[in-house]
Design a protein. Structure first.
Length: 234
């Protein structure tokens, strides 16, 4: 895998890159729910999702990124603006979630809903993760091309031992960010079309237009609150 920042610099010159990102991350996974060979669109397309699903029975894996439709009966969430003290309520329908942990007893997945972060901060998170696990991600194409299992064991150990807060604090310091702003929890039984995003498609995440991901709020307000909170914590 090439550095997310390098990939971003190449992709940003494509005229319709936001449309491409929407097609890859929303249409493929949620609108058309393409699976297996049906989602192998490009010559370098992979189906690591099926490899992992067979071993985990569809349970989320820490270190992977998922998208889904959130059908929770109580899908009204809150954000606190640390700068103004204002509480914002919104519905969170189609997250793109970096899984930080999963409890098989409660069926609760925790993670960062990357759509809540402004585009530049999504890129920073992916770059921080790449920097920390470069040895693993450098060989990801080799593994996925031949359908070998490609899960980040070192990150899974961090997640299982409860050391995520220390790691994300390190990520924040490295990137000058406030990633915990996007921290959310989801019960698996309330999620429809639960899909794992292929590594090769992570590069589209910074370009993804999340306008339709939230209801009762404008995405610009969520992102403005991010900047307010980030600046408040300095």
């Amino acid at each position: 895998m090439i550095s997310p920042t390098e990939t971003y610099e190449k992709l940003k010159h494509i005229d319709n890159i936001r449309d491409v990102a929407y097609d890859r991350l929303f249409n493929t996974y949620l609108k058309y729910n393409l699976k297996g060979e049906h989602k192998l669109i490009d010559i370098d397309s992979t189906d690591q999702e099926s490899v992992i699903k067979r071993l985990t029975f569809g349970r989320p894996v820490p270190g992977m990124i998922y998208t889904f439709i959130n059908l929770s009966p109580n899908n009204l969430q809150e954000l606190q603006n640390l700068k103004t003290g204002k509480t914002i309520q919104f519905h969170d329908f189609t997250p793109i979630c970096f899984c930080t942990s999963f409890n098989p007893i409660t069926n609760l997945m925790k993670g960062l809903n990357l759509t809540m972060l402004p585009s530049s901060e999504r890129l920073k998170f992916l770059q921080a993760y790449f920097n920390n696990y470069k040895l693993f991600l450098d060989r990801i194409e080799e593994k996925t091309e031949y359908n070998k299992l490609a899960v980040n064991i070192n990150y899974m150990i961090i997640a299982l031992t409860g050391k995520n807060p220390q790691l994300f604090k390190q990520f924040n310091e490295q990137q000058g960010a406030f990633f915990q702003y996007a921290y959310r929890s989801y019960y698996i039984q309330n999620l429809a079309k639960f899909r794992m995003i292929e590594y090769q498609e992570w590069s589209y995440i910074p370009f993804y237009d999340a306008q339709q991901s939230f209801k009762k709020i404008n995405i610009a307000e969520i992102h403005k609150t991010y900047w307010d909170n980030k600046n408040k914590t300095k």
